[in-house]
Design a protein around this ligand. Sequence first.
Ligand SMILES: *Cc1c(COP(=O)(O)O)cnc(C)c1O
Length: 394
Amino acid sequence: MITAVLPTYQRADLSFERGEGAWLIDASGRRYLDFAAGIAVTALGHAHPHLVAALREQAGKVWHTSNLFRIPGQERLAERLVAATFADTVFFGNSGAEALECAIKMARKYHSATGNPERWRVITFEGAFHGRTLATIAAGGQAKHLEGFGPPVPGFDQVAFGDHDAMKAAIGPETAAILVEPVQGEGGIRPVPPQCLRGLRELCDAAGILLIFDEVQCGMGRTGKLFAHEWAGVAPDIMAVAKALGGGFPVGACLATERAAVGMVAGSHGSTYGGNPLAMAVGNAVLDVMLADGFLDHVNAMSNRLRQGLEGLVDSHPEVIEGVRGQGLMLGLKVRPANRDVMAAFRDQGLLSVAGGDNVVRLLPPLIIGEAEISAALGLIDQACRALAPTAAA
Ligand SMILES: *Cc1c(COP(=O)(O)O)cnc(C)c1O
């Protein structure tokens, strides 16, 4: 008999009663170090006092009015995102996939509004993940996500990861945009090299097409910059953001330059819930913390510690861990046993992680993680590796 909840997820048999910072606590009182962070969502940890206070305060005032009216919190969050990025304007939705839908529609509309309606196709990299709507599974191009759902939404082309020549060759008279994650998340923590991101910018400028970055996972401080593309010194025309923007409250945003947004006028796009007062109160509270002096320095300092420790574990457990990849606190362990077995061993020790493509275990701790918690996590990973390869541990 089918479960009451549609069985579309491979869930671990665990549930949690409460969270405190980097920790999740189950009903029996067992504490887990949360290096899953709700898939890079709870970047400020669980029950962050500033976020709790912001949500509580807004909950007693007004939850929802729809976009038929002005929403002051939305205007404030948009202005702050504009001030902090390349963007001039922001559309709010409720999820990453919706942010991508807006980005894709905007890119098509840009060309239609500037006299090139024949430009509507979008090129992506193999291994991409952009969400689970019909358009975003077509953009991601992964057979396992497309299988059985009929003909994929047309208008998406895909080239090998990081292949500049293939990307150049794929740009044709119908191309509207290139869409990439600066660091692939679901694909297994694969950073696009900075020179490759710069190359994409050049290709777009030469062809008169738009560059879209999907920073749903790698954005919001995760890599040690507010947005991952800042490391490469290139800016996109359009960017999708979500996950950590709400710290656990569902929210997504599509950021764009004024030029790229030229076709988006009253009636072009919309969302009933998008940018509602509750989501905006939390989003603004997240920015209060992330934009404060020293926040990103902390991420980079913790990243160095974690990474160094993990490299040490590669040396002591080469039979389990092949290598470490990623940037900031978006790290991946390329492992030799099946990644799900490694994650189960981590869980047995009390450490939560996330699976990724290419047999990678993703480590996505909250960005507020401290030194003691990183040391604890490294100890748990060491123990798990010993349990996985008892003979090699001597
Ligand atoms: C999670 C994710 C999405 C989809 O976000 P949802 O909120 O699940 O719709 C899109 N792109 C990237 C890079 C993601 O990591």
